[in-house]
Design a protein around this ligand. Structure first.
Ligand code: HEM
Length: 418
């Protein structure tokens, strides 16, 4: 009698398109290949992908799976180039990249800051910023009568909110935006990546020196002041990476939420009619359905199992990387039924994974929802005849594996209701 050997057939390999051109189509194709597949990231780096909503939710909460990149075998073995641009979203010294007690220590100051009640206190300032930007929006209309509502509204607004909160000097905002765009873009060169890392380090060190010399009423000063008071102490590197993560996480994603919701409403007049007749609750449904149907975070690296785990019948070895396709699983028909691809604000099941899950779930939902809850009704209220100036299908996707949105949103404003 011979011993039988069970050979696990390797799951199919699919390249993740760095242009982001067909993010939802790509997610559907990955889902068809199976609940757990393998993919290739730009730069020829391999990863697992869990394409099934329920399995990904369980994986995010699984204590055997963390986000600490020091557990990534391929990186330890030197198989991932030191200057691989996607490392800027992985090799961090902050809550996003630590597990267990270390993660709790780094996350605690953030959860304290971004509670619903504290964020709600920002509402008057957020309304003020939005109103000023809407006053200014008609000044950006071109000779063809078109204005890019992403560039002149959705893009500068969340950056201003988060930078004011953190205390980043106004003169630095444009450069910060450029640095974040470099991190998000999939075509960032190794040289650009290294320069970005160096420059952002210098800017934060300058800010820390300024606030140590003269504290202000901002988050940077507050975090410096409490540092060293108890076991929650953050090193300078951790403080820098934490504040940088807040600027990056609180900027790009919120832009995409506002852009994706505006685009969805302008291309679904039946849904827009529901909001026009509705109230704040209806706007909240628009925001949740946008987060589900067109989630701002497309594919997010990376999680690393600290022991071999079996997911959906497939064994993922300890130390491998796993990619979370958050926007993809939000359209999983097994979760939402056969009309998962439809934008429908009346959908009874609005639960989604746009903010991730488990201990690493996003700390910013209250701020993101408040920004959208002010920005969207204000835009549509001020310009009731707002309409797209191009065919929605012609819009260019943000060239990124993380970001799920478009690079511009040209519209005709129509008359303003002052
Ligand atoms: C629509 C807007 C936003 C979306 C869609 C979003 C989405 C996400 C996602 C998918 C993750 C990864 C979660 C995981 O791995 O399970 C995340 C993490 C995170 N987000 Fe957000 N985010 C948004 C806005 C914000 C804002 C406004 C902030 C703060 C200013 C923020 C701060 C963070 C932080 C600190 C983490 C890391 C948490 C940890 O690892 O413990 N996000 N976000």
């Amino acid at each position: 009698m011979t011993d039988s050997v069970v050979v696990q057939t390797p799951p199919p390999l699919i390249p993740i398109d760095p242009s982001g051109a067909d993010r939802h189509g790509e997610a559907a194709r990955m889902r068809e290949l199976g609940p757990v597949i393998r993919a290739v990231l730009p730069g020829d780096v391999q990863t697992w992908v869990v394409t099934d909503y329920a399995l990904l939710a369980d994986l995010a909460a699984d204590p055997r799976v963390g986000r600490d990149w020091r557990n990534w075998d391929a990186l330890r073995r030197g198989e991932v180039p030191e200057d691989w641009p996607l490392l800027s979203m992985i090799r961090l010294n902050n809550a996003m990249a630590r597990d267990g007690a270390e993660h709790r220590r780094l996350r605690k100051p953030l959860t304290r800051t971004f509670t619903r009640a504290r964020v709600e206190r920002l509402r008057p300032r957020i309304e003020e910023i939005v109103n000023t930007m809407l006053d200014d929006l008609p000044n950006h209309v071109g000779p063809d009568g078109v204005v890019d509502v992403r560039k002149h509204y959705a893009y500068p607004f969340p950056m201003q909110v988060i930078c004011e909160l953190i205390g980043v000097p106004e003169a630095w905002w444009p450069r910060f935006r450029e640095l974040i765009d470099t991190v998000i873009r999939a075509d960032t060169t190794a040289e650009e990546y290294l320069t970005t890392q160096q420059e952002r380090h210098e800017l934060w060190q300058r800010l820390f020196a300024m606030r140590r010399a003269e504290p202000a009423d901002d988050l940077t000063s507050a975090m410096i002041a409490v540092n060293g008071e108890d076991d929650d102490t953050l090193t300078d590197d951790e403080l820098e990476d934490t504040l940088w993560m807040l600027v990056a996480a609180g900027h790009e994603t919120s832009i995409s939420l506002i852009v994706n919701a505006t685009r969805a409403l302008l291309t679904h007049p039946d849904q827009l009619a529901l909001v026009r007749d509705g109230d704040a609750e209806t706007w909240s449904k628009v925001i949740e359905e946008t987060l589900r149907w067109d989630a701002p975070v497309g594919n997010f690296p990376a999680r690393f199992p600290t022991e071999d785990i079996t997911v959906g019948g497939v064994t993922i070895p300890k130390g491998d990387a796993i990619l979370a396709p958050w926007s993809g699983v939000n359209r999983d028909p097994a979760k939402y039924g056969p009309d998962a691809d439809r934008f429908d604000i009346t959908r009874p099941n609005q639960k989604h994974l746009a903010f991730g899950g488990g201990p690493h779930v996003c700390v910013g939902p209250a701020l993101a929802r408040l920004e959208a809850a002010v920005a969207l009704p204000s835009l549509f209220g001020r310009f009731p005849d707002l309409r797209l100036a191009v065919d929605s299908a012609e819009l260019t996707a943000v060239p990124s594996i993380f970001s799920n949105s478009v690079t511009s949103l040209p519209v005709y404003l129509g008359p303003s209701r002052d």
